[in-house]
Design a protein around this ligand. Structure first.
Ligand code: NAP
Length: 349
């Protein structure tokens, strides 16, 4: 890589924005040069515009950058979006119209027919939606999205099983409090407790899973024809979403078939050696009591999904536990990997 590409962040002062700032430090291809937020923050130095919520201090490389309003103008072509959902639709579209490549973590455009909902190891071909998106909308730029933080864990764990014909999925989440942003869930509600409701999350998991595992059909994605049922719970864990999964598979594979499929699973990011790609997208753990969020979520820089406890299910066919880092693979890291894939395919030239 000769020269680094300048990039920016829309919503840089928020919780996910800070994760982008942290994840992009020292990136080999991308150079973070522009930070955008609301007019409440615009005009201030980054260090004065937000409270840094992550471990350590605000990275020196960005601390003195002056935050700008999220309006097309002097921002770099490639922008990561971590904007509040109430404003993301219009602002992301305005930037795409003006020729920017918006790689978004917000939910707003994920389910649009012509917008890729990308997990590079699973559906890199869904990027083929982009030319149609540009043609139909008259955009010089584009919008590409990454999934909800619990959906990415579920889909990465299901991807190796797709070859056996997934017909039914029941997934129950144990989601970390960092997924609710800051200040998030009140401590009185979550300490030593479980909250069996996360607004809109079950619907997102069900629909996004079918789109991600679906098939590119020229101008749209045909959703995976599997029934997906999600139960979403908030638990007193700081980072790392655990998902327990039961799955029905048409081909009735053996346990050895499934283990082989999981252990040999690789994707385009691994083949291309993309900078943020984990060595393997899905890592099987043989210990009886793993994966666990505190012990495993940070491994592979938070970019892999961990699976364990594969065993027969008396209701569907097989059941297992999956884990992923919700603010890395479920947010900033996912979007950066998407942009790396697009860069490697010449889509950012
Ligand atoms: P947040 O902490 O509330 O941050 C929101 C960001 O949006 C801030 O930078 C804020 O800037 C900016 N913003 C608000 N109004 C704006 C406006 N009118 N114009 C321009 N910028 C504006 O939210 P978050 O938790 O980081 O979440 C960001 C997005 O990621 C949401 O869409 C959320 O659903 C999604 N997401 C979050 C997580 C998570 O773990 N938290 C995980 C996956 C996806 P100011 O500081 O200036 O107000």
């Amino acid at each position: 890589m000769q020269q680094k590409m300048e990039v920016g962040i829309l919503g840089a002062t928020g919780m996910v924005g800070q994760h982008f700032v942290k994840f992009l430090q020292g990136h080999g291809w991308f150079d973070l040069k522009w930070l955008g937020a609301s007019d409440r923050s615009a005009g201030k130095k980054y260090r004065d515009a937000m409270h840094w919520h992550l471990a350590g201090v605000t990275p020196e490389a960005v601390a003195d950058l002056v935050v700008e309003e999220c309006k097309p103008g002097n921002a770099p072509r490639l922008l990561f979006s971590a904007m509040d959902a109430s404003v993301a639709t219009e602002i992301e579209q305005a930037f795409a119209r003006a020729g920017h490549v918006v790689v978004s973590n917000s939910k707003n455009h994920r389910m649009e027919r012509d917008v890729p909902l990308l997990v590079p190891e699973i559906n890199p071909d869904h990027l083929k939606l982009v030319p149609g998106q540009q043609r139909h909308r008259g955009w010089k730029g584009q919008i590409v999205t990454n999934p909800n933080c619990s959906t990415v864990v579920l889909t990465m764990s299901l991807a190796p099983l797709k070859q056996f014909g997934i017909t039914k999925v029941i997934a129950t989440t144990l989601q970390a409090i960092s997924g609710a942003g800051y200040p998030g869930v009140a401590s009185m509600d979550i300490q030593a407790n479980v909250i069996p409701f996360i607004g809109g999350e079950e619907e997102k998991m069900q629909q996004e899973t079918q789109k991600i595992l679906g098939t590119f059909r020229g101008d749209h994605i045909e959703p995976l024809a599997a029934k997906v049922s999600a139960h979403c719970n908030r638990v007193p864990v700081v980072d790392g979403h655990t998902v327990t999964v039961s799955v029905e598979l048409a081909a009735k594979p053996s346990e050895a078939d499934l283990r082989h499929a999981i252990e040999t699973c690789r994707g385009v990011p691994q083949e291309k050696g993309l900078p943020s790609a984990p060595s393997r997208p899905v890592i099987y753990m043989t210990e009886a009591n793993r994966p666990q969020p505190r012990k495993d979520a940070e491994r592979e820089r938070g970019m892999a999904a961990f699976i364990g406890r594969l065993r027969p299910c008396p209701v569907l066919d097989w059941k297992f536990v999956a884990l992923g880092h919700n603010t890395v693979r479920g947010a900033a890291g996912a979007a950066v990997l998407n942009a790396e894939l697009m860069y490697s395919e010449g889509m950012l030239d």
